[in-house]
Design a binder for this molecule. Structure first.
Ligand code: MSP
Length: 582
């Protein structure tokens, strides 16, 4: 089997290959970016940031971009009365802006209208053709323009009243299409694709592997890979046959190759992708067509497909007609972009749909980023307790005493001791919500410790040993904040940086290995603040107010609509204001 040969090559290759190539889907430019799109990109970005942090020797590469060909793009442009090329430029630019404001650290942003991509598609097509995997045939079937795919009868719903058929999955109408197309011999790759799907935790979460295996248990029909140019002209022409254009999904999938320089030999440095992040709606294209195309071209399929579920808004599918599409830039005005990133990764789980609501976002961000994290930093660096504005070192004597006499100190130590290993194992599976959970648990332990050790009862500057104890408490608390900052870098990079800046943590000491250096790991060390040295000055340029509590109108309005209790509401608003001011 082809796949066995390729696996063997991979085994030889991995010894020398330090590349870790990650991709997002490329985004259709028929509409503006929304939080669902951003979610795909944020997952891939957090994954890459963790890989860079944990394995500095790895050559991590993230690619994203826009998918610009096909009928629906043509239609969207004409609906807006804009030339299609200009329309693509505009929306593609909006994706760039959203990704840049969300700190997506991509190494490449590819557009399918670029020449480098057209060259790659032409080359890929020729390879499939010369290897005998493409043939010409008359084809007829139900085509869904919106999904850009032919659908079988079992994938359709007939509306008896109008006689119109709709795609069961997306709900969009289909049209009967009869034409001469080029076909790809998908059926010949069924066994190889099944073998690929089943090995090495290829499709994650596992529920999506099962879905693919179910599809693969039925015989796969060959698939049409071209459309007549007179029907779809905003597309890449089939090499040596201008009467046909390349099927948009074949065109789009090849972006992953074009981005790394295919067909020039240099692409093999990064090939195959280590992980491809996709939404559940495009599983069939990436889990069946894509490996089959690659195997047919003699190329290795990706290491892993990481499939995420969708965001609904207040329990409803996002759609223009429902006017509930959430624009990430608008949401960021309410929560900041870091807040939005945190919410998406903290609340979203890949295996099932997540529900986006302002009230929920406000609650989570206020309680976790503003209170648990931000408030602790403010308290540990408050002038009243910390007049010298330092990240102190610990006194060995007081540290030992606190760990011996105070349960909360011991619990904080235990929690910090587990932080690195637990979070690493969650990050390895892209379980960002569990990373956030574990870090928040450590920060709760730190808050608890701070509260129980009552630093405000120790007068700052007193010569009788109080000062050393006070500094030890602040140092232990700042240790917890420093470790949390290191761990959270992939999820909230800007906020984590600000936290580490405030604590004057040198850039070279923000790597994953520095999680092993704290009072928790070396309570008896003579240098009582290991890995961080003597006490140092906090960064006076960086504010200690890390995350401002959210009190915006939308969330308040939403609460009002759910529970009309005017008296109580104004009370709680007052209370919230008080908390912000404190
Ligand atoms: N252009 C194709 C992908 C081609 S990749 C070779 C496409 N584009 S898309 O813009 O429609 O979707 C891009 C990504 O956004 C997909 O991963 C999709 O699942 C994701 N999302 C779109 N709506 C979403 C939600 N409501 N929630 C979460 N993700 C969603 O498909």
């Amino acid at each position: 089997m082809i796949i066995r040969r390729i696996k063997c090559l991979k085994y030889l290759g991995t010894r020398y290959n330090s590349s870790h190539y990650v991709t997002t889907p490329i985004f259709y430019v028929n509409a503006a970016p929304h939080i669902g799109h951003l979610y795909s990109a944020v997952i891939a970005d957090a994954h890459c940031r963790y890989q860079r942090l944990r394995y500095p020797e790895l050559d991590v590469r993230l690619c994203t971009g826009t998918d610009e060909h096909g009928t629906k793009i043509q239609q969207a442009a004409s609906l807006h009365g804009v030339p299609v090329a200009k329309y693509c430029d505009d929306i593609s630019q909006r994706y760039r802006e959203v990704f840049s404001s969300a700190s997506i650290q991509q190494d490449d942003f590819i557009r399918t209208t670029e020449d480098r991509h057209k060259r790659a598609v032409a080359n890929f097509w020729r390879t499939l053709y010369t290897r005998g995997h493409i043939y010409s045939a008359a084809y007829s079937g139900w085509y869904c323009v919106s999904d850009e795919t032919f659908l079988t009868d079992s994938q359709l719903r007939l509306d008896e009243a109008t006689g119109t058929r709709y795609s069961l999955e997306s709900g969009h109408p289909v049209e009967w299409t009869e034409e001469t197309n080029y076909m790809f011999r998908l059926s010949q790759f069924q066994d190889d694709v099944r073998h690929w799907v089943k090995t090495e935790a290829r499709i994650r979460p596992a529920k999506f592997e099962k879905i693919l295996l179910d599809t693969l248990s039925e015989p796969l029909p060959d698939v049409s890979v071209s459309r007549p140019s007179n029907r779809v002209h905003w597309a890449i022409p089939v090499p040596d046959d201008d009467s046909q254009t390349v099927y948009v999904w074949l065109d789009a999938l090849v972006n992953y190759l074009s981005s790394v320089g295919y067909p020039d030999e240099k692409f093999s440095v990064h090939w195959p992708p280590a992980q491809q992040v996709i939404g559940k709606d495009i599983l069939k294209f990436h889990g069946i067509y894509w490996p089959a195309f690659l195997l047919a071209a003699g190329l290795e399929p990706p290491g892993q497909l990481y499939v995420h579920s969708h965001w609904t808004v207040d329990g409803q599918k996002m759609s223009k007609s429902k006017h509930n599409v959430v624009d990430p830039l608008k949401a960021a005005q309410q929560y900041t972009m870091e807040g939005l990133r945190y919410f998406l990764l903290r609340e979203g789980v890949a295996h099932s749909d997540g529900n986006y609501s302002h009230v929920k976002a406000q609650r989570i961000l206020n309680s976790e980023l503003a209170d648990t994290l931000g408030n602790l930093l403010s308290r540990a660096s408050a002038k009243s307790l910390n007049p010298g504005q330092i990240y102190p070192s610990t006194s060995a004597e007081h540290l030992a005493d606190l760990l011996r006499s105070l349960d909360a100190a011991k619990r904080l130590q235990d929690s910090l001791l587990q932080l690195s290993e637990r979070c690493a194992s969650h990050y390895e599976c892209n379980h960002f919500h569990l990373v956030a959970d574990t870090t928040m648990a450590a920060l709760h332990a730190a808050n608890n410790f701070f509260e129980s050790s009552k630093p405000w009862t120790l007068k700052a500057g007193a010569p009788d040993g109080n000062q050393a104890r006070l500094e030890t408490i602040i140092a232990m608390t700042m240790n917890a904040l420093r470790l949390s900052g290191i761990v959270l870098q992939p999820i909230i990079p800007q906020l984590a940086n600000r936290l580490l800046d405030k604590l004057s943590v040198p850039t070279a000491q923000r790597g994953w290995n520095y999680l092993a250096e704290s009072f928790a790991t070396s309570p008896n060390s003579s240098n009582s603040n290991p890995g961080f040295g003597e006490s140092r000055q906090l960064d006076g340029q960086t504010s200690a107010l890390l995350f401002q509590r959210i009190l915006e109108e939308t969330a308040a309005k939403e609460v009002k609509e759910q529970k009309p209790q005017p008296a109580k509401r104004s009370k709680s608003k007052k209370k919230e204001r008080r908390e912000t001011m404190s």
